[in-house]
Every structure is written in C-alpha cells, then in structure tokens.
Design a protein around this ligand. Structure first.
Ligand code: ZN
Length: 348
C-alpha cells in the first residue's frame, strides 16, 4: 500500500514537472514589418524593418520584442500583429537611411503619448566620412521629437497630462552606441536573448545583427554588401555578415534581383551597395541556414520601375526572386518578402 502510494505520488510529481516544461517550450517569431526596397513608395509596402519576438508557448513567443530598423509605416504593420510601440524592448538600426528610419518618429511619439517606459535604441557610434560629413544615429535619436516640440504639441499635451515627459519623445530613448568591428560583439542582452553586431558595408556606420535565443538564431543583414564595391569580386554579399551568420537558422537580408543587380552588366548606381538574391542563396547554403527571407526587394515585385530605371522584361514576380535563389543551389526554405511574412521556430 505504502509502496503504491509512493509510486502514484512519484508519477504525479513527474507529470507535474513535465507539464510546465512542455507548455513553456521556447519559441521565436521573425516578422517582416516592411519590405519596400529603398525610399520610394509602391503599392502600400511599408519601409524596411524586422520584428523579432521571443518567449514560449504560454506568451505566444512574445516575452521579448525587438525591432530592427523602422521604415515608413512600421507602426501600422506592428498594429496588425498586435504589437504596440510601448511593448518594444529595444530598437536597433542597421544604418541611417530614411527608408530604414522614418517610422521611428511615429513609434517614439506614440510611446511618449502613452507614457511608455524608456526604450533601448541600439546603433553605431558616429561615423565620420572622408567626404566630410558625419553619420550620427545618436543625433537622429536625440532630435526625434524636435518637430513636435517646435510645433508646440509636446508642451500642449504635457500640459494636459504631466505624466508625459516634458522633453518629448527623445527623453524616452536610452541610446546605446557601439563601434562596429569586423568580429561579432554582443551589443544587447536580456535573459536568454543575446544580440550581436558586426560591421558591414553599405554606407559609413552600417551594421548587421544576430539574435540568439534557446529557440534558434536569426541574422539581419540590413542593406549590407561586399566591401569590394564593384565587380570583379567573388560575391556581392558581405564577408563579415557571413561570419556573423554561421550556424544561424534564419537569414533576413535586403536583396536585388540579378535582372538589375551586379550580374546584369547594367550600370549599377546603388545596386553594387546591395546583395543579390543569387549570391544570398549561395551564402545561405555555405552557412547552413534553414530559412532565407528576402526583404527590401529591388526592384519591388510588380513594379516596372526600379528608382528611375525601367525593369528589363517587365515587372518581376515572386517566382522570379525564388528562381534567382534556387539557381544558387540553396535547398532551404525561401521566403520572398511581403509585409508581415513570418517564420516561427520551432515551426508549428
Ligand atoms: Zn535601404
């Protein structure tokens, strides 16, 4: 009898120990919050950005919410997946181009309006160009509320609710800058989540990021290209980014299509400063990634123009981008980015 009671008790203890573990399986969701390639507006696409959510089954992978870049319309896309600006734990920037940053004012103004807590904003330290200008994420962040201060709105809303900080949206930003290096460095962490950065080229101060969690790892390239800016070169992708991406499950990267990219033989303008879908496929294969998510597509799907240039052969399709990656021999899962495309680890 005693023996049986002990066995039953042991059984229930084991079951109790097992149940929470099964419920609390760690998970990661990567969502493209905007896939427009470059500054133009086309067909309602939001500007570049990626939301990374991590947690477990009990919180729908949402304990930690990290936003990488915040192009036009980021807030709109976040609202479609139920994420408010107040809920973001940190915002990271790959570089200071408006197609990656102009949604930030919207996020910060609303966060301030709602009296949200401070938020970490992580980016490169000031980069001085030999051409005489300085790229400064820090100044961008610290002046993000200036138009709303100048218009009088900050003072007016503060007078209505003294819980709002008198200095406006910038007062909510905890700016964390780092010097991008050719080796990965940890730039932010919280609990099980670690974010590393590496230097990559597009403009001065460009950085790419990697998020590691117990559910898997994702690398976010931004607009990275090879340091060698024009052919002949082995690849249009970044050697440093490839180092950062080794062993990651998911690659998120801006992509050009070979019809206009460095393989086309056409004058390249901005395309040499991006990575082509073909070369990204080859890199994803080399580093053993399971997923390749193309974003910031140049040219956008369905657009007959790339900047001021007509796309040879007419507008591209999703299949055209997929085919370009497949030509590389990459056999993992290809996601040709549309706004709100998501990958979950582990897959459901
Ligand atoms: Zn861009």
């Amino acid at each position: 009898m005693i023996k049986t009671a002990f066995a039953v008790t042991a059984f229930f203890l084991a079951a109790m120990a097992a149940a929470p573990m099964a419920e609390a399986a760690p998970c990661l969701i990567v969502t493209l919050t905007g896939t427009q390639g470059g500054p133009p507006a086309f067909n309602g696409l939001a500007g570049a950005g990626t939301l990374v959510r991590y947690g477990d089954d009990s919180n729908n992978c949402g304990a930690v919410k990290l936003q990488f870049d915040a192009g036009r319309g980021t807030n709109m896309r976040l609202s479609q997946v139920g994420v408010t600006p107040v809920q973001l734990n940190a915002i990271f920037f790959t570089h200071m181009h408006s197609d990656h940053t102009e949604g930030f004012a919207d996020i910060m103004q609303l966060r301030w309006h709602r009296k949200g807590p401070k938020v970490d904003v992580v980016c490169s330290s000031d980069a001085v160009s030999p051409l005489g200008f300085t790229i400064s994420c820090k100044k961008f962040v610290l002046h993000i509320g200036d138009p709303f201060i100048q218009s009088g709105e900050i003072a007016q809303r503060h007078s209505e609710d003294k819980g709002r900080l008198p200095g406006g949206p910038a007062e909510l930003a905890n700016v964390i800058t780092f010097e991008p290096k050719d080796e990965p460095q940890v730039v932010w962490s919280s609990g099980d989540v670690k974010v590393s950065a590496i230097r990559s080229y597009h403009i001065a101060g460009h950085a790419s990021y990697r998020v590691d969690t117990p559910a898997g790892g994702v690398v976010i390239g931004g607009d990275a290209s090879n340091d060698v800016l024009a052919p002949p070169r082995a690849t249009s992708t970044s050697d440093q980014f490839e180092k950062l991406a080794k062993g990651a499950d998911i690659i998120v990267h801006s992509a050009t299509h070979p019809v206009l990219g460095p393989e086309s033989g056409l004058p390249q303008d901005n395309f040499n400063r991006q990575s082509s879908a073909l070369d990204l496929g080859a890199m994803a294969k080399r580093v053993g990634a399971k997923y390749l998510m193309l974003t910031h597509l140049s040219p956008p799907i369905g657009d007959d123009l790339a900047g001021d240039r007509r796309v040879p052969g007419g507008p591209l399709t999703e299949a055209a981008y997929r085919k370009a990656v497949e030509m590389s021999g990459f056999t993992g899962i290809i996601v040709v980015g549309t706004d709100l495309a998501s990958v979950r680890l582990p897959a459901k």
